[in-house]
Design a protein around this ligand. Structure first.
Ligand SMILES: Nc1ncnc2c1ncn2[C@@H]1O[C@H](COP(=O)(O)OP(=O)(O)OP(=O)(O)O)[C@@H](O)[C@H]1O
Length: 388
C-alpha cells in the first residue's frame, strides 16, 4: 500500500510489478487475509508475531512496536491490518514520505487513541526531525512540541496514549540503528515458494468464484515471482481471459495462453526483464557493463532497472553484479536461447559472485544504498555495486 510519495518499487504499473495499480486496489483489498490463521506462508514471522500479540492480550497491554521488512507485495500492509484486527484495535495508516515535518508526526500521534495501531509504510523515507520525534514517542509515549522560534522558543511536553507502531520497509538497511532498536519485534518477509503461492491462489480463486485445475494454479504460481500480490494480479488477468473466451474452467494451457498474451514468460519475466537480459547478452556480449549504460541501452531509468528488474533477475541467477559491472549468468543465455561467446571476460567473473547475489537472498540486495564498491551491508552480506 502506498500512501504518499513515489518510489520506483511501488509506482510501477507492470503486470508483474509488486505494486498496486489503482483501479485494482479494491479487489486486492478484498483478497487480503483478515486473520493470522488465513495468512499463508512466512511461518517463522507468523508464529513469532502470534506469540507477541497473544502475550500482549494476556497482559492486557498494547503490543510492542513491530518492524516488518521485505520486498513489495509480500504482505507487510496485510500483516499490519491483521495486528490491528487481532488486537481488536483501530488502525491508522500513514507513510514515511507523507511525514516530512515533525509537526506532521505530532499531529498524527496526538490524535491516536489508547491501543491504536499506527502503520507507517516506507518508514525509511521519513524525515530526520520526524524520525527523532518518533524515538521519544515510541519509547516514552511522549513528544516535546516546540512553540515559537529562537530565544523565545519553549518546549511543551505532550503525553501520548499507549499505541503500537507497525513500521514497514523495503530497505531495512537504510533505517538508522536507534530507530530499529526501538522495535520490540522485527520480522523479515521472504519470497514465497511456489507451493505457498498456489495456496494464495486457491484462496483467491474461491473468493473470486473461479474454477481452475491444479496444473493451472501451478502455471500461475511459477510465473508469480514469489510474490502474492503478483500471483493475485496474474489470476485476475487469467479471469479476464477466461471471461472473454467464455471458459468456465481454466486448465494449464488456458492459463499459459492468457499469461503469454500479457508477455509474462514461464519464469515470470516480463518485457523489461527480458530486454535487460537481451541487451546484456547481445549488445554487451554478456558484460560486464555499468548499470547506467545498460539502462540507456534498454531506454529505461537507472532506478527502474536497478529496483524493478534487477532484484528478480539476480535472485533467479540470471544476472550477476560484480565489481566491474553487470554480467549475464549462464542461465540467462539459456533462457534467451542464445549461446554464450566462448571466450569472454564474463566467465571469469561468474566465480566472483557471492552465492547470495547470484541466486539467493536478493530481497536484501535491493534494500541497500547504491554507489560504492564492495560494501558490507548491515546484514553482513557482501555485495558489489557499480555506478558508471
Ligand atoms: N501471506 C499471504 N497470504 C495471502 N495473501 C497475501 C499474503 N501476503 C500478501 N497477500 C496478498 O497480496 C496483496 C499484497 O499484500 P500487501 O499489500 O500486504 O503487501 P506489502 O508487502 O504491504 O506491499 P507494499 O510494500 O508494496 O505495500 C494483498 O492484497 C494480499 O491479498
Amino acid at each position: 500500500m502506498t500512501t504518499g510519495g513515489f518510489s520506483p518499487e511501488q509506482g510501477d504499473d507492470r503486470i508483474v510489478a509488486g505494486s498496486s495499480m489503482s483501479e485494482e486496489r479494491e479487489v486486492e483489498a478484498a483478497l487480503r487475509p483478515k486473520h493470522l490463521a488465513e495468512f499463508v506462508g512466512q511461518h517463522r514471522v507468523r508464529n513469532q508475531l502470534s506469540l507477541v500479540l497473544e502475550a500482549a492480550k494476556l497482559r492486557g497491554a498494547t503490543a510492542d512496536h513491530i518492524l516488518l521488512s521485505g520486498p513489495p507485495g509480500l504482505g507487510k500492509t496485510t500483516l499490519s491490518m491483521i495486528v490491528a484486527e487481532e488486537m481488536n484495535a483501530p488502525l491508522r495508516i500513514s507513510s514515511g514520505p507523507a511525514i516530512q515535518h515533525s509537526g506532521d508526526l505530532a499531529a498524527i500521534l496526538s490524535s491516536l487513541t489508547e491501543g491504536e495501531v499506527l502503520f507507517l509504510d516506507e518508514i525509511h523515507r521519513m524525515s530526520r526531525p520526524a524520525e527523532e520525534m518518533l524515538y521519544m514517542a515510541m519509547e516514552d509515549f511522549r513528544v516535546d512540541i516546540v512553540v515559537g522560534k529562537g530565544a523565545g522558543a519553549t518546549s511543551i511536553p505532550l503525553e501520548l496514549p499507549h499505541f503500537t507502531i507497525v513500521g514497514a520497509t523495503t530497505r531495512a538497511g537504510l533505517l538508522p540503528g536507534p530507530l530499529r532498536d526501538r522495535f520490540g519485534f522485527t520480522g523479515h518477509l521472504d519470497f514465497y515458494s511456489n507451493d505457498e503461492l498456489e495456496l494464495v491462489l486457491r484462496r483467491s480463486a474461491t473468493m473470486l468464484d473461479m474454477h481452475l485445475t491444479s496444473e493451472a494454479f501451478t502455471e500461475i504460481a511459477t510465473r508469480s515471482r514469489g510474490t502474492p500480490r503478483i500471483a493475485n494480479r496474474l489470476l485476475r488477468r487469467v479471469r479476464d481471459w477466461a471471461l472473454v473466451n467464455q471458459l468456465s474452467d481454466v486448465d494449464a494451457r488456458a492459463a499459459a495462453a492468457a499469461l503469454d498474451m500479457y508477455e509474462v514468460d514461464s519464469r515470470g519475466l516480463d518485457r523489461l526483464d527480458r530486454s535487460v537480459l537481451d541487451a546484456l547478452c547481445t549488445k554487451f556480449h554478456g558484460g560486464p557493463v555499468g548499470l547506467s549504460t545498460l539502462a540507456i541501452a534498454v531506454g529505461e531509468e537507472v532506478e527502474t532497472v536497478e529496483t524493478v528488474a534487477e532484484p528478480y533477475l539476480v535472485r533467479e541467477g540470471l544476472l550477476g553484479r560484480t565489481p566491474r559491472g553487470r554480467i549475464a549468468m549462464p542461465a540467462a543465455w539459456e533462457h534467451l536461447g542464445l549461446t554464450p561467446p566462448e571466450d569472454t571476460s564474463t566467465q571469469g567473473l561468474w566465480s566472483l559472485i557471492p552465492e547470495e547475489t547470484a541466486m539467493g537472498d536478493s530481497s536484501r540486495l535491493n534494500t541497500e544504498p547504491a554507489g560504492s564498491l564492495h560494501q558490507e551491508n548491515l546484514d553482513g552480506i557482501l555485495y558489489f555495486e557499480d555506478r558508471d
